[in-house]
Write a protein that binds this ligand. Structure first.
Ligand code: GLU
Length: 356
């Protein structure tokens, strides 16, 4: 199908054959890698390791946020720290994250408390740093405050999104699962007679070679290399027991959406439905912060006063960031299932086999 893509005679699209062969499929292996882990406010947050950037970037941002007091009585300050922490973590994502089998990813240092402190030092409580900010140096030698370097890079094109589900059973198994064929409809090519779509995940590679003098991009395409994803299926444990399970589609906004929900739930005193429903903003180390309209209405003016430049999220879909699903384990035997009440027409959350 890849070599001879079926094309509707009336189609206007330019469908080109790909280079994949049967041997490539035969050689494919699903690899099992150790999840990322960071402690946060006495809990343990586990995420997806490289080649996804999700667990590492959320983990680093949480590590940075752990240096600050976030308070529900001052949501603007909390959101300011959230935007600044994700800005810094995204700078490091662009510089250091790729397929760990093909490039050296300094994961332990990126998720170390020392590196997070060094990065947190750059955050001013009352003033947003002009974005893009430079990546840090996760080299094991951390100073109280290291002045930022100058190397920056733009956020490359990254495809939009698919879907996420979370599920738990009565035996205590929990699955948090981003079902991605990269974007809605993937490549748009269905395998005849088989009923499934082929993905277009290769678009998650970076395709611009770094500018002269810039460090090599860890996410350039390469033989047998996996593209850098943003998928962030996340599990939070408290005292070794499941507390939260969550995730969302949204391409590179996945990371900030999961981070914002965690902050809403853990730091800002919202229950899980409110944490999902709250208006969202995403700062991915770009000059502008993109946000949903209700977020702009509520916090836009106060955040602009701290130097953030905000605009409505262009999409797709326009104005809507993410479509999260989540579970909270309230107490043994009692699980709260939560989906979006409004975004993308609302999600689905239910109990299949209720028990008293
Ligand atoms: N392919 C993108 C990624 O892996 C999108 C994932 C999604 O939004 O489901 O980051």
């Amino acid at each position: 199908t890849v070599a001879e893509p079926p094309v509707d005679p009336g189609a206007a699209r330019d469908v080109r054959p790909g280079l994949m062969e049967r041997a490539d499929l035969a050689a494919y292996r699903a690899v099992v890698r150790k999840p990322t882990h960071v402690p946060y406010r006495g809990m343990d947050v586990y995420g997806m390791p490289p080649s996804s950037s999700g667990g590492a970037t959320i983990g680093e941002a949480l590590d940075i946020l752990g240096n600050f007091r976030l308070d529900a009585r001052d949501p603007v300050t909390a959101l300011h720290y959230y935007l600044e922490a994700s800005k810094l973590a995204y700078a490091d994502r662009g510089r250091y994250l790729g397929d760990a089998d093909k490039v050296r990813v300094p994961l332990d240092e990126l998720l170390s408390a020392g590196f997070a402190r060094e990065r947190a030092c750059l955050i001013k409580p009352d003033r947003a740093a002009p974005a893009p900010v430079a990546p840090g140096s996760p080299d094991g030698r951390y100073e109280p405050c290291v002045p930022p370097g100058t190397q920056t890079r733009a956020l490359a094109f990254e495809g939009p999104q698919t879907t996420h589900l979370v599920v738990a059973d009565k035996w205590g198994n929990v699955a948090s699962y981003t079902v991605s064929i990269e974007q809605f409809g993937g490549s748009g090519i269905t395998v005849p007679g088989r009923g499934f779509l082929l993905n277009n995940e290769l678009t998650d590679f970076s395709f611009q070679p770094p500018a002269p003098g810039q460090a090599p991009d860890p996410n350039l395409p390469g033989p047998h290399k996996r593209p850098r994803s943003s998928m962030s299926p996340t599990l939070v444990l408290e005292d070794g027991r499941p507390k939260l399970a969550l995730g969302t589609p949204g391409g590179s906004t996945i990371i900030t959406t999961v981070l914002q929900i965690l902050m809403n739930r853990i730091d800002l005193g919202m229950d899980l439905p409110a944490a999902l429903n709250a208006p969202r903003a995403t700062q991915r180390n770009t000059p502008l912060v993109y946000a949903e309209q209700p977020f702009l209405d509520r916090y836009g003016r106060d955040l602009a006063a701290r130097g953030h430049r905000l605009e409505v999220f262009p999409g797709p879909p326009a104005g809507v960031i993410g479509a999260a699903t989540a579970l909270e384990f309230l107490r043994p035997g009692l699980v709260q299932a939560v989906a979006e009440p409004v975004r993308r027409g609302g999600g689905s959350a239910l109990v299949v086999h209720p028990a008293r």
